[in-house]
Ligand binder design. Structure first.
Ligand code: PGA
Length: 248
């Protein structure tokens, strides 16, 4: 099964309007056709970035409301994101889970809303350092994925993206070794394959957590790592382009 790699940049709450133009200009003409690329800026910069990005580079949001339109002050709906031209939306990022108390059930609702609006959800799963040290990594990541499978059905992962991001590796400079990451990716794919083998075989599984230009290639060379979700390094055009090149 060949899966086209995807490299998605997650700016988190960083950047200003000027960064959109700067990164979009740098990406123009710099990317290979063998890799899909997406950028997820903060909400206020979606339009500016969407207008400036070269054709083929996807636009994504970092979060979405679990409800449709209505009285949810401060929230942004999946329909609105689709309306702005987004293709992707990150759901269940560990920073949302940790700082905003998002539960697996809430994340599953967000995933469903994204699907209903025709967006491609990028579902993040990952264990904390304490969970890893307690030997709970497998159970934690499978549970995070299975809550969505139970709510939405395994078929909902058709065209969806799963991102394994060990929490201890995010923004810390630590990365899972390629072998450690591959083991978790194979477990996740294998678990989904029990109920939906074809969907599992096609699903793109990204690794995230301190991916940089100088460590990306061996991660992306693993059979079940289909690209990356890139935080800090997506704010620097040269670094991000080098990571995209490492993927294809
Ligand atoms: P990082 O973030 O690349 O800065 O570690 C990854 C992420 O949180 O998606």
């Amino acid at each position: 099964m060949t899966r086209t790699p995807l490299v998605a940049g997650n700016w988190k709450m960083n950047g200003r309007r000027g960064l959109a133009g700067e990164i979009a200009a740098a990406l123009t003409g710099s990317l290979s056709e063998n890799v899909e690329v997406a950028l997820c800026p903060p909400y206020p910069y979606l339009v500016a970035l969407g207008d400036a990005l070269p054709a083929g580079v996807g636009l994504g949001a970092q979060d979405v409301c679990d409800h449709q339109d209505g009285a949810f002050t401060g929230e942004v709906s999946a329909e609105m994101l689709a309306d702005l031209g987004c293709r992707y939306v990150i759901v269940g990022h560990s920073e949302r889970r940790e700082y905003y108390g998002e539960s697996d059930d809430l994340v599953a609702s967000k995933f469903l809303r994204a699907r209903e609006a025709g967006l491609v959800p990028i579902l993040c799963v990952g264990e904390t350092l304490r969970q890893r040290e307690a030997g709970d990594t497998e159970q934690v990541v499978v549970q995070q994925m299975m809550t969505v499978v139970e709510a939405a059905g395994a078929g909902a992962f058709e065209n969806a993206v799963l991102a394994y991001e060990p929490v201890w590796a995010i923004g810390t400079g630590l990365t899972a070794s390629p072998e450690e990451a591959q083991a978790v990716h194979a477990l996740l794919r294998g678990t989904l394959a029990k109920s939906a083998p074809e969907v599992a075989a096609k699903m793109r599984l990204l690794y995230g957590g301190s991916v940089k230009a100088d460590n990306a290639a061996p991660l992306f060379a693993q059979p079940d790592i289909d690209g990356g979700l890139i935080g800090g390094a997506s704010l620097k055009a040269d670094e991000f382009i080098a990571i995209c090149r490492a993927a294809g």
